[in-house]
Write a protein that binds this ligand. Structure first.
Ligand code: G1P
Ligand code: ZN
Length: 544
């Protein structure tokens, strides 16, 4: 029986989980005891009951495998009976959520910094998901942070590394380790929700897709689902071999970082459909031939078409969107006569609503869409949903979107990110806007008049918990909005996000480019926030 060591340690002051777990540079995680402190703080906060099973896996980025070996030994020393770990240490975030639920485990640890770049100079991350398969609620992440500030020791088993490059059984002391195929459970779940025959028929008929895995975790999932099960041609997937540094790319599926795919879909002889996912597989970007679907519109369109998909044939209990996400889905919910919830940014707020059976679909403007099939957003799920809708409606992506706008009106939408601003300058911008709140209502800016401003706060209708300070909103009399928010996932300086939305029911204007249509609102946002004077920035770093 290998020895269990108790190692003395000292707290680090910076282990506060952000929007989605703890994210830092790899070099920060490599500091002595840094990872161990955080993992012990998780175990001390959740207190796994005797006999518990842990799910463990990550997006394959640099430091993933080393971290997994450490966590296995710590799990063994902290009384876990069993760990389900993905072969090669791989589990996409949605697959981890699926495995936690399917095998009814006590929870799971996911190693990922999502869409942040990887490699020795890049980022690493770790997050805990609870037994429902969803991100730990704030009371747990707060407790992890509190514990990390006081920690004085951690427990680890003194044992050799486990061979994770094959599926099968292993053990560490009394703890069993099942090295599982990271794809199978997830692919089965997808097959149970979508009409795979119809999608196969689409491909047989010559419909061409290009899915960009961005050298990140979805490569093996896309191969199994699109190529093996749906029999799409081999060239339907690209960058499908996961690399620890994501091929030095930025695995974030948006118009800026997935430019290779965007070029293909806007090029000559473009495929009918394009999609990409991020580092850990929970995000999605949907493209038609020469056409981009905003994530906010995507959520609304999936909601409007849900009953075409076998897994949602019975209809939806309700929908939810994060506050900065456009209100396009609200219009659909009104028509369907189902509830629509507006939550703060971050997937963790959807969990309670889904657990309570109050929503079926949910989404965020940040390329996240999902449903109650798991408790994370799910990139490939969104792609399959679109393919199922296309197979059923027999229309192009653009036709589907334009018909949607013609019926519900268009919520023209864009997000402007200003990355790596010095912390003080970013805080200054936010404080300045907040200080203006008293003066703004009733004031006109060009053709817009401010109706109301507030700092968004949310009271969870299920457990009554309140989350304050979730973003500054300027609401205009015609329903347009500007939202200012500081990112909770960045690792360098501050990222200021400006979310812009204008409603336009007029079909003749639906062909306008979003930046053009939002031009006046963009100017107002920069003016009210004194952005340039306070940060020196003339233009956003990323526009989505
Ligand atoms: C960002 C997105 C948010 C998403 C999160 C995790 O968080 O804006 O919608 O849930 O990543 O993928 P932020 O950096 O804005 O705090
Ligand atoms: Zn992600």
């Amino acid at each position: 029986m290998p020895a269990i060591l108790t190692i003395a340690t000292q707290p680090y002051p910076d282990q506060k989980p952000g929007t989605s777990g703890l994210r830092k540079r790899v070099a920060v995680f490599r500091q002595p005891h840094y990872l161990e402190n955080f993992v012990q703080s998780i175990f001390d906060s959740i207190l796994p009951p005797a006999g518990s099973t842990l799910v463990l896996g990550g997006d394959g980025r640099h430091y993933n495998l080393e971290a997994i070996q450490i966590i296995l030994k710590m799990a063994a020393a902290n009384g876990y009976a069993r760990v389900l770990v993905g072969k090669d240490g791989i589990l996409s975030t949605p697959a981890a959520s699926c495995v936690i639920r399917k095998h009814a485990t006590f929870g799971g640890i996911i190693l990922s910094a999502s869409h942040n770049p990887g490699g020795p100079e890049g980022d690493f991350g770790i997050k805990y998901n609870a037994a429902n398969g969803g991100p730990a609620p704030e009371r747990i992440t707060d407790s992890i942070y509190e514990t990390s500030l006081k920690i004085s020791q951690y427990r680890v088993m003194d044992a050799p590394d486990i061979d994770l490059h094959r599926t099968g059984e292993a053990s560490l002391g009394e703890m069993k380790i099942s090295i599982i195929d990271p794809v199978a459970d997830y692919a089965d779940l997808m097959e149970s929700l979508f009409d795979f025959d119809a999608i196969r028929g689409l491909f047989k008929g010559g419909f061409r897709i290009k899915f960009d895995a961005m050298h990140a975790v979805t490569g093996p999932y896309a191969r199994e689902i699109f190529i093996n099960r749906l029999q799409a041609p081999e060239d339907s997937i690209m960058n499908a071999v996961p690399l620890p540094d994501f091929g030095k790319g930025h695995p974030d599926p948006n118009l800026t970082y997935a430019h290779d795919l965007v070029d293909i879909l806007h090029g000559e002889n473009a495929p009918d459909f394009g999609a990409a996912s991020d580092g850990d597989g929970d995000r999605n970007m949907i493209l038609g031939r020469h056409f981009f679907v905003t994530p906010s519109d995507s959520l609304a369109i999936l909601t409007a078409n849900a009953t075409l998909v076998p897994g949602y044939r019975e209809g939806l209990k309700g929908v939810a969107r994060s506050m900065p996400t456009s209100s396009a889905v609200d219009r659909v919910a009104r028509t369907l006569d189902i509830p629509c919830f507006e939550t703060p940014t971050g997937w963790k707020f959807f969990g309670n609503l889904m657990d309570a059976g109050r929503v079926t679909l949910c989404g965020e403007e940040s390329f996240g869409t999902g449903s109650s099939h798991i408790r994370e957003k799910d990139g490939l799920w969104a792609v399959l949903f679109w393919l199922n809708v296309i197979a059923s409606r027999k229309q192009s992506v653009e036709e589907i979107v334009r018909q949607h706008w013609a019926r519900f009106g268009r919520n023209v939408y864009s997000r402007h990110d200003y990355e790596a601003i010095p912390d003080d300058a970013a805080k200054g911008v936010m404080e300045h806007i907040r200080a203006e709140f008293g003066n703004l209502p009733g004031k006109s800016f060009g053709s817009y008049k401010v109706e109301h401003c507030d700092d968004f706060s949310y009271t969870d209708p299920v457990d009554g918990s309140t989350s304050k300070g979730q973003g500054l909103r300027l609401l205009f009399t015609d329903g347009s909005r500007i939202v200012f928010r500081l990112s909770g996932t960045g690792t360098e300086g501050a990222t200021l996000r400006i979310y812009l939305e204008a409603y336009d029911p007029e079909i003749s204007r639906h062909g306008l480019d979003a930046q053009e249509a939002l031009c006046e609102l963009i100017g107002i946002a920069r003016q009210i926030s004194q952005l340039e004077a306070r940060t020196g920035r003339k233009a956003p770093t990323v526009i989505t």
